[in-house]
Ligand binder design. Sequence first.
Ligand SMILES: N[C@@H](CCC(=O)N[C@@H](CS)C(=O)NCC(=O)O)C(=O)O
Length: 451
Amino acid sequence: MSTRTTDPPARYRLFSWEHSYFSGKVRGYLRYKQAMGALGPGYEDILATPELLQGLLTQRSGSGAVPQVEAPDGTWIQDSSEIIDFCEAAHPQSSVIPDAASKPRQCLVAYLIELLADEWMVVPGFWERWYFSEDGRSLSHRGFNEQQWGAVMAPDATGDVRRAAGAEFFEAAFGISHSRKNPKGVYAGLIHLGVDERTEAAWQASQHRLLAHLEAHFSKHDYLLGGAPSLADFGLLAPLYAHLYRDAVPGFVLRTHFPLVCEWVERTNGEGALNARMYGQKLYGLDDDGNLVGRPANSDGSAWLPDDQIPPSLLPVLGVFFEEMWPVLSTSAETLTRYIKSDAHTSNGELPGKTFSATPGFVKLQTEDGPLTHDFEIGGIKGRRMVIPYQIWMLQRVEQALDRAVATATGRESIETFLAQFPRGSEILKLADLLKDCRVRKQGALLYSVS
Ligand SMILES: N[C@@H](CCC(=O)N[C@@H](CS)C(=O)NCC(=O)O)C(=O)O
């Protein structure tokens, strides 16, 4: 029997896929808030099938991207960061965002790691999924990948038909058997992001460097800021859950070389985590009379480190942000500024909005040597990639957090000293200058210049 739902919903509705990068971030967050009793009516996770993408999500937000959320008050939210912002404002208990006034460093670090995870780690995570699905790879998770996509494409079909639906989609949309000769869809997207035969090993090395830093960190702390999760953890769950933990080839590497990162994935994802010292979990022992006595399971007293401390083991992770990503963000902002000032752009006009590939309608501008491309470097190898205006929107989020963090003299001093230890770290303090002529406004899924 089919059921009709009433509108607005009694609970939050999360429209997502299990295999989606940004869905993992939001699902982990919502599950945490719900477990803490801090999500009001709770949420329902709804598989975003093609029928819903076309008939509902695209109608409501102008985009078929997942995740999207419908709130109990009827508000429709597209974008993982905006979903978290909305829920934090509506349900401030068990907040995942450190208060900028009392914890300026932890607040800034949470936003920087969200940015690193969302928009830099996405490149090697995306590459792992599709490289190990290509024809002829000796290590291949093509079958698993077909099954996880087919489960969305043909949700009512039998198992074998679901897998066939995934395989058919890979051929039709991505030309998977000609991925190197004639890259389409995700394979074209990888090239737009600066991944090709020359750079792919360097991108993977960057990811393994980050995973090694994280493995060292999780040997001391259960979460990034100590013993409780924050925005930084849920941001990091985006690359780590759907791509690096679930997908079979990187999943094997993660389990064999980075077991503490695996534990953290289970703990932060909040499922299958009995051995992983999950948030809210109690470990039990026995007292002298043989009675069960519970104690909190997590490190650091199940809280962020006191006195706005950043765990020293997290500094190398931030080092990757400043060494690798910041130069790219900085030239992206300069390139976008030139484009916005040029005759090619209409004042307050639309900008490309996608992360995984050039945006339809902007492909000429964002590929080859187009005005929305720029040179970059990864592991000493030079490449060229598209400018992603969404990253400027995310930098504006960082800027807002930073403004709050440096609003007092002590906050400013603390942040200045902290940033001074990273190469070009103090440039973050001048974000307003960098962004002044490339401001971006987000409306639903669409981005516009503000000029
Ligand atoms: N910035 C967005 C990105 C969302 C996104 O790109 N989602 C991917 C799946 S992880 C998607 O649905 N892509 C298909 C599309 O853009 O149409 C967010 O944070 O939610």
